[in-house]
Design a protein. Structure first.
Length: 264
């Protein structure tokens, strides 16, 4: 993966996140000088900021399509517009993502748009006893997951979609999602639950009906605390799994010698 982003905080956040989940990630901080040192043909996924010093992201996208037509390219921007989105898609962008966005959502876009080739690893000399991997459970599935629009996402804020969820807000900003008929029943249900003073956790499907006597002040609710404890446990399972993936990655990566370090 290659990240072309001039904003240091965003660039480092993208590199750290995708490195942690097992990708090999390189970065460039502008669209001109940094890319001169990069072989665009080496990458399967390229994330490009729309506005770059010295060159705009659309021209970088055009160069990528010429040199590496198989790469999946995602344009990110803090200045979204219908015009630039249409141009990006005409030039072959896989997706066009307005900032701010959740990194987990970007990971979902990549996994849905790119079929990763599985490369067999060479056999090891000694057998390695693998610990069983405990998958995290989606105890409170996001309404967008329940609607079948995204594959996997847990709600950790008690289905306060209309009030506190940045992911929900970013999805609703996109016309193709906002007008998706699959999500509308869940939005209607959220509104009806509030009107009837019903617990928001009925959205998970785990319970059918539960009255709310706390006026949706969930932090004072024992039931909410029980749910949050389970969510925390599942997030800890996921964190342990990601740490294991990261440990394996670095244990299998040979260390560079001093001359290689100085060259870099």
């Amino acid at each position: 993966m290659l990240v072309v982003e001039d904003e240091k905080i965003m660039r480092e956040a993208l590199v750290d996140y995708f490195s942690d989940v097992g990708h090999e990630v390189d970065a460039a901080d502008d669209g001109k000088h940094s890319l001169e040192k990069v072989n665009l043909e080496d990458y399967n996924v390229i994330i490009i900021d729309l506005k770059l010093p010295g060159r705009d992201g659309l021209s970088v996208l055009k160069e990528v399509r010429e040199k590496n037509p198989k790469a999946k390219v995602i344009i990110i921007t803090a200045y979204p517009s219908i015009d630039t989105e249409e141009k990006a898609r005409r030039e072959g962008a896989t997706d066009y993502l307005p900032k701010p966005f959740e990194l987990a959502y970007l990971e979902t876009l990549i996994s849905r748009s790119y079929e990763v080739e599985v490369v067999p690893t060479p056999p090891v000399e000694e057998p390695v006893v693998e610990e069983p991997v405990v998958e995290e459970e989606i105890v409170t599935p996001c309404i967008w997951m329940q609607a079948g629009i995204i594959p996997k996402r847990m709600c950790t804020i008690g289905y306060q979609c209309l009030k506190s969820c940045k992911f929900h807000a970013s999805m609703m900003q996109k016309e193709r999602f906002r007008n998706d008929e699959r999500i509308q029943p869940f939005l209607d249900k959220l509104n009806s639950l509030i009107g009837r003073k019903q617990c928001r956790y009925t959205m998970s499907g785990e319970i059918s009906v539960r009255s709310c006597d706390r006026l949706f002040i969930c932090e004072k609710c024992d039931f909410d605390q029980t749910i949050q404890d389970e969510i925390d446990r599942q997030l800890a399972v996921k964190a342990a799994r990601l740490k294991k993936v990261k440990t394996k990655k670095y244990s299998r990566t040979p260390m560079m010698d001093e001359s290689a370090r100085s060259d870099n």
